[in-house]
Design a protein around this ligand. Sequence first.
Ligand SMILES: O=c1[nH]c(=O)n([C@H]2C[C@H](O)[C@@H](COP(=O)(O)O)O2)cc1CO
Length: 138
Amino acid sequence: MKIYFAGSIRGGREDAALYQEIIDYLKNFGEVLTEHIGDPKLSHLGNDGESDAFIHNRDMEWLISSDIIVAEVTTVSMGVGYEIGRAVEMGKNVLCLFRPAKNKNLSAMIAGCPGVSLVEYAKPGDAKKAISAFLKGH
Ligand SMILES: O=c1[nH]c(=O)n([C@H]2C[C@H](O)[C@@H](COP(=O)(O)O)O2)cc1CO
């Protein structure tokens, strides 16, 4: 199974360690195409490719080839929102993980999207349980 994990880069890297933990867990189920998203060396400048066009086109190819999309959506990211929208249009299975907290407001365009499975969680272990249940069902 090819898994596309989406998480904030230029939107802010405060959850980078959590992304790495989720990616490590996802590897139990298949190949994670976007391992770089958990890289602690990747800053909010988001320069993991030679140009923005390179990053966009590379990631779209990965998105097209993926069987499933898992997005951590707590840190607001325009790129993650874009990837989710494109994936929904492609008819992909999309799981969004959101950690409710003060000053964290999930966009209605994600929370209200019928093509998205949304799970709210508090602890990383709960996110892992949600991932396991979602992947077993698809
Ligand atoms: O350097 C990058 N590499 C990269 O793969 N992305 C993709 C993958 C992430 O799921 C998403 C993050 O978007 P943003 O940078 O707007 O937070 O976009 C985004 C950037 C920078 O925008």
